[in-house]
Design a protein around this ligand. Structure first.
Ligand code: KIV
Length: 304
């Protein structure tokens, strides 16, 4: 069956029908193509790119230009999922004008369908401004990695009565401001379930238990693409890192022993062309030999 491009009404329909929503991150064309082929609803070009691809310790250093390059690659690979560009730190916090301009870059330059930003009630006017400009916005509350330092580390959020209340208020404020969905990151399962029931728009959980409307994971975690720390909430559906090291080692072994490249990796030239090539070399050699025995020429060089 031919798949259709996922749209905002389809995302909302799934919430209303109780059908789970799926989202994965992607940062390059091949993973984007694979995510699309797997039938995933949404691709987030997350600023986690800075950590899992660019090697930063946090998402804070990621720039708008880096995000645009990744988003462009993803858009070239994925045709059907709803594509969401993650606004990086300082792309939307300074003022609404800059926020609209940066959100607009994702739409104009990188073919994204929507943007995501982090924060609660304090960011709601910005969400309103971006949606008023005609750009769909996904919210993100709970653990918001761009504020990891202010939050005191990568800790679970909403674990006290006050914090749970604030998180609910934040989610409602984002909904009122026009967000079409909200990521809930690293919050207690009961709280995520409660917020999900209170909201009319879908919640997409990561480390937020089984009762959100949808789930999101970082593709690199799902694939086991690195050998470092894997968060408790991430499930590795494959362990590719050891396979990658094994493939690279096998390549090195084969080059070292001259087993690679073999005949099937090499290219030929017709005998007739090779013989003609040899003949041209021979003729050049003869011409050079003749010229170098020209005593007049030498004399001219020396005495001329
Ligand atoms: O940047 C990202 O990958 C995210 C997801 C973890 C939701 O924000």
């Amino acid at each position: 069956m031919e798949r259709k491009k996922v749209t905002l009404p389809e995302i909302q329909r799934k919430k209303e029908m109780g059908e789970p929503l799926t989202m994965l991150t992607a940062y390059d064309v091949n993973i984007a193509r694979a995510v699309d082929q797997a039938g995933i609803d949404m691709i987030l070009v997350g600023d986690s790119y800075g950590m899992v691809v660019l090697g930063y310790d946090t998402t804070v250093p990621v720039t708008m230009d880096q995000m645009i390059t990744a988003a462009q690659a993803v858009a070239r690979g994925a045709k059907n999922p709803l594509l969401i560009g993650d606004l990086p730190f300082l792309a939307y916090q300074v003022n609404a004008e800059e926020a609209i301009r940066n959100a607009g870059r994702f739409i104009k330059e990188a073919n994204m369908d929507a943007v995501k930003l982090e924060g609660g009630r304090e960011i709601a006017p910005t969400v309103r401004a971006i949606t008023n400009a005609g750009i769909a916005v996904m919210g993100h509350v709970g653990l918001t990695p761009q504020s990891v330092s202010k939050l005191g580390g990568w800790r679970t959020q909403g674990t006290t009565a006050d914090a749970a209340h604030k998180l609910l208020d934040d989610a409602l404020a984002l909904q009122d401001a026009g967000a079409f969905a909200i990521v809930l990151e690293k919050v207690p399962e009961r709280l995520a379930e409660f917020v999900t029931q209170r909201l009319q728009i879908p919640t997409i959980g990561i480390g937020a238990g089984a009762h959100c409307d949808g789930q999101v994971l970082v593709a690199n975690d799902v694939l086991g693409l690195f050998d470092r720390f894997v968060p408790k909430f991430a499930k590795q559906y494959a362990k590719l890192y050891p396979l990658i090291v094994e493939a690279f080692s096998a390549y090195k072994r084969e080059v070292d022993t001259r087993a690679f490249p073999a005949a099937e990796h090499s290219f030929g030239i017709k005998d007739v062309e090779w013989e003609a090539f040899m003949k041209t070399l021979e003729q050049e050699r003869e011409t050079r030999t003749t010229n170098s025995f020209d005593p007049t020429a030498d004399n001219e060089r020396i005495y001329g």
